[in-house]
Design a protein around this ligand. Structure first.
Ligand SMILES: Cc1cc2nc3c(=O)[nH]c(=O)nc-3n(C[C@H](O)[C@H](O)[C@H](O)COP(=O)(O)O)c2cc1C
Length: 217
């Protein structure tokens, strides 16, 4: 698959077929992630891959924490988002609602509980950074994840980044026996997309990039 086609067609997948993904394929995608550049080539990313019954157990643990604490998806900022950012979030939720409401799905419930269960994907990947590193090293991890998402797209797999579960970091670390000094940065769902699921028709729009560029010439 052409790189630009993969960039164009990738989108977050929120419904999966139960078909397992082979260990070889997951390892290949992570190897592509590991081809990303990183400052002084330290390659600070760490991945935890959870599949099968272990993934179901993890999802049940996260869901339990979610039902107790009820954290909802948000930008994670210390104060409400001003424009232009808040309008973008509103438009995303509007597009999601247009799909969810005719199906009598409560959007908050769908996204909250769905995220906690990795939207039913057979594979959950957790991404960690050692707390020895400064926050700027998250950039290196972002670059690796960009590779991962595109490689998955090129291999015909769906993905969804899942930040909501960070609200339950303590519970996840305890459940998976992750060492204290490892910071959980993101979860992600991986699997074969369910093409029949209406939610997978969602296309999150993008603003023209021109407004986000300042040219100095
Ligand atoms: C860091 C990060 C965290 C995210 N967390 C969630 C999440 O918890 N649940 C969810 O459904 N989508 C989550 N998303 C997916 C975004 O909603 C999605 O990327 C955005 O709406 C753009 O849509 P697209 O990925 O389909 O292009 C997350 C994306 C990123 C980059």
């Amino acid at each position: 698959m052409d790189l630009f086609e993969a960039i164009q067609n990738r989108r977050s997948c929120r419904a999966y077929r139960p078909d397992p993904v082979s260990r070889e394929l997951i390892a290949e995608l992570l190897a592509w992630a590991g081809r990303a550049p990183s400052a002084i080539n330290v390659q600070p990313w760490e991945f935890i891959v959870v599949t099968g019954e272990e993934k179901e157990r993890l999802a049940r643990r996260i869901l339990k924490a979610h039902r107790e604490k009820k954290v909802s998806c948000g930008p994670g900022t210390s104060r409400p988002l001003p424009e232009p950012w808040t309008g973008r979030q509103r438009r995303l939720y509007g597009a999601m609602k247009a799909i969810a409401e005719p199906l009598q799905l409560d959007l908050n419930h769908f996204v909250g509980e769905g995220s906690c269960q990795f939207y039913g994907a057979p594979v959950a990947v957790l991404v960690c950074l050692d707390s020895l590193f400064p926050p700027v090293r998250m950039l290196d991890i972002g670059l690796a994840l960009g590779n991962f998402f595109l490689a998955a797209q090129a291999r015909g797999l769906g993905t969804c980044p899942i930040g909501l579960i960070l609200a339950y970091e303590d519970e996840i670390k305890e459940h998976l026996n992750i060492r204290e000094e490892k910071q959980l940065l993101l979860g992600l769902a991986l699997g074969y997309q369910d093409p029949a699921a209406p939610i997978n028709r969602l296309q999150a729009d993008r603003e023209a990039i021109g407004g986000m560029i300042r040219w100095i010439t």
